[in-house]
Design a protein. Structure first.
Length: 365
């Protein structure tokens, strides 16, 4: 990855409905030598929080096709690309953007994140990482999952967080989200639909309080976590045999088991969610052993793996809960074409389905 210099702050607001025009203005500052007629743009449509556009300098990449519908092949062909991310509407209610940029710079210094090129009022520009995002199939591939396990363990050993606090974020983030959840949604149709499929805010709060009380008893340590390791946030480079994590919007210290459990819930995918893909016990035990050996720097016992297995699956419940509330807030504010209500309903139903099963798991010291 490139060496990070001072990151310019641009007094620019990009229209989320015209991100190419905004990206062009950003490029004038951070890539002034690029010839405008040779720059091609590709809008990536996989994200459900922000809008992302790839800016391709075709003078250096004759094989790059900015109109290619396959985002993986289009980006994999390019070596001179800038990514411009425009924050989704009202996402500053959910995400500390100042902390996000600090996280990216911190983790870039450690070699874990792409370089940050610039920030602007409602977004940022950063380095392209060559490779492909994971899928529900490739996340289980023997060539990829050990890389993910080891990379997560390495990141969890970062000790110098941006604000110096090692307090786990889960309790505070859930309190923040619940306070943002409207009692009455501005769209009557959405309100009626949500009221039909999900409990009231008061009931959700009581439910989480009960769950978190149980999770605190597990003693999962506070480590520096990504906290949003969905499959689209893992870039696999087969040629280099490595993975890179991207999008550190929620990165901060949190319970170790949350980060792993959250990643396991993401095996289900997003576009066609199938929680039958949640990793089975045998796969998890192999994954967790690789993780622990990297995290501790040596061999680990069966009891160590079993303890983490219990912690991870119980904290996976809290991941379902957190993203349920997140989805409802997005349903109120987001302009992205995505069924956030259905996503939240799917998450909550899986939480309820697995709650008793996972909370019944035990281990012996």
């Amino acid at each position: 990855m490139t060496e990070e210099a001072d990151v310019p702050r641009l007094e620019l607001t990009v229209d989320e409905n015209d991100v190419v025009r905004g990206a062009t203005e950003v490029l004038k500052v951070i890539r002034p030598h690029w010839v405008s007629d040779s720059v091609r743009f590709k809008l990536f449509t996989d994200g459900i929080t922000n809008k992302l556009v790839g800016c391709f300098n075709q003078n250096n990449n004759a094989n790059c096709d900015g109109d290619d519908d396959d985002s993986n092949s289009a980006t994999a062909a390019s070596s001179d690309v800038v990514l411009v991310r425009v924050y989704g509407n009202k996402t500053d209610l959910l995400i500390d953007r100042k902390k996000e940029t600090e996280n990216i710079r911190l983790l870039h210094r450690h070699g874990y994140a792409p370089a940050l090129y610039a920030t602007f009022r409602n977004g940022l520009a950063y380095e392209f990482v060559p490779g492909v995002t994971l899928t529900p199939d490739t996340v289980r591939d023997e060539r990829t999952w050990p890389l993910v396990a080891r990379r997560m363990a390495q990141m969890h050993k970062v000790t110098d967080g941006p604000d110096g606090s090692r307090e786990p974020m889960l309790r505070g983030k859930m309190d923040q989200f619940l306070k943002l959840l409207p009692a009455v949604f501005s769209d009557p149709v959405k309100h009626a639909r949500i009221s039909t499929v999900l409990p009231s805010v008061a009931e959700l709060r009581r439910d989480f309080d009960d769950l978190y009380g149980k999770l605190q008893q597990l003693g999962s340590p506070s480590v520096f976590c990504h906290n949003d390791l969905l499959l689209g946030n893992v870039i696999y480079n087969a040629e280099r045999g490595q993975v890179t994590f991207i999008d550190y919007e929620y990165a901060c210290f949190n319970h170790q088991a949350f980060d792993i459990g959250n990643h396991f819930t993401e095996f289900a995918g997003i576009d066609e969610i199938d929680y039958g893909r949640y990793p089975e016990r045998e796969f998890q035990l192999r994954w967790l052993r690789v993780y622990l050996e990297e995290f501790t720097g040596g061999p680990c016992s069966d009891s160590d793996v079993e303890r983490l297995y219990v912690q991870v699956n119980q904290f996976a419940l809290s991941a379902h809960f957190l993203w349920t509330i997140w989805a409802l807030i997005q349903a109120e504010h987001s302009t992205i074409d995505f069924d956030f209500i259905q996503f939240g309903q799917n998450r909550y139903e899986e939480y309820r389905r697995r709650r008793n099963e996972f909370l019944a798991l035990t281990y012996t010291n």
